[in-house]
Design a protein around this ligand. Structure first.
Ligand SMILES: [Zn+2]
Ligand SMILES: [Zn+2]
Length: 298
């Protein structure tokens, strides 16, 4: 909808219903069907469209330089488009994007494949990558842990293991002191998500293996002098213990909240074993996890 027409429609609805402008604008934005476009289309507009004047309701000098984008259907800062292009540099100009939501002069949420971005329209170069779960407005735990803490717990175990591995490599790259690898809140989030599915052991093992070069499993043990090997083993054992505590606390928390077994309704024992999802009373009630020892192959 053209901007003038849109504003007129909002005002008409304000008169008819007595509701606030912002509330109606927000609702209209979510009513609009999702539109798709190429990054190239947005870049072409950014390169050729003149600056637009917008009534922001705050001093012009604080406002970003914007153009009226036909692709997005509203004013968008030049610099934010460039920042989006930077984030999608690997996908290239032919990257196909979907406009998930537009709150005019506030934010636009666009998706490219599984990745999602929140473009802040009222400020220069302000964009944040969002959790990959559709419609979620929270930020991911980490660049390689691509969901927010709430949605991470819903991801398949195979994915959690892959993320743990990737994060471990990322976290340990270029770090020479193993003590610096301990105690990351990112590791805690992965472990908590794993506990939710009874997959603590697999995820923690993948994480620790990627984080620390285990001196016992390295093919060429000779590259480690003894003190280095001891320091690594010490740090790894301490981190394993720490993660186990995080896992136990999370399992107890989930148990307390769930009160009864999700499958059979029986009371849940207060203690929790980490290889059974805490919302279930027993192995028999818990869903089978593909890729987990003892589960059916898929
Ligand atoms: Zn999320
Ligand atoms: Zn049960």
């Amino acid at each position: 909808m053209k901007d003038k027409k849109r504003k007129a429609a909002i005002r008409a609805e304000m008169k008819a219903t007595g509701r606030r402008y912002a509330a109606i604008a927000r609702e209209m934005a979510t009513r609009a069907p999702a539109r798709t476009f190429l990054l190239q289309d947005l870049l072409n507009e950014c390169a050729s469209f003149p600056p637009a004047t917008v009534d922001w309701g705050f001093p012009q000098e604080l406002a970003p330089a914007v153009f009226e984008s036909q692709v997005l259907g509203g004013a968008v800062p030049f610099s934010t488009v460039l920042q989006l292009a930077g984030a999608l540099a690997q996908e290239g100009r032919a990257a196909r994007l979907t406009l998930e939501a537009l709150h005019p002069l506030e934010t636009a949420i666009v998706a490219c494949g599984a990745r999602r971005f929140d473009l802040v329209l009222s400020q220069d170069s302000w964009m944040r990558e969002l959790c990959r779960t559709p419609a979620c407005e929270r930020t991911p735990v980490h660049e390689v842990i691509v969901h927010c803490d709430a949605h991470l717990a819903e991801r398949p175990v195979r994915e959690l293991i892959d993320m743990a591995r990737e994060w471990g490599c990322w976290h340990s790259a270029g770090v020479n002191d193993p003590a610096l690898l301990m105690g990351s809140p990112d590791a805690d989030e992965l472990v908590k998500a794993a506990v939710n599915q009874g997959a603590y052991e697999q995820v923690a093992t993948a994480l620790l293996g990627a984080c620390f070069d285990d001196p016992d499993t390295l093919e060429d043990r000779l590259i480690w002098d003894e003190p280095t090997g001891i320091a690594i083993r010490y740090a790894m054992d301490r981190e394993r213990l720490r993660l186990q505590q995080v896992a136990n606390t999370e399992a107890r928390r989930i148990r307390k909240k769930a009160e009864a077994c999700t499958a059979c309704g029986a009371d849940l024992p207060e203690w929790a074993v980490l290889n059974i999802p805490p919302k279930f009373c027993s192995k028999e009630c818990a869903p089978r996890i593909p890729g987990k020892a003892g589960a059916d192959p898929q």
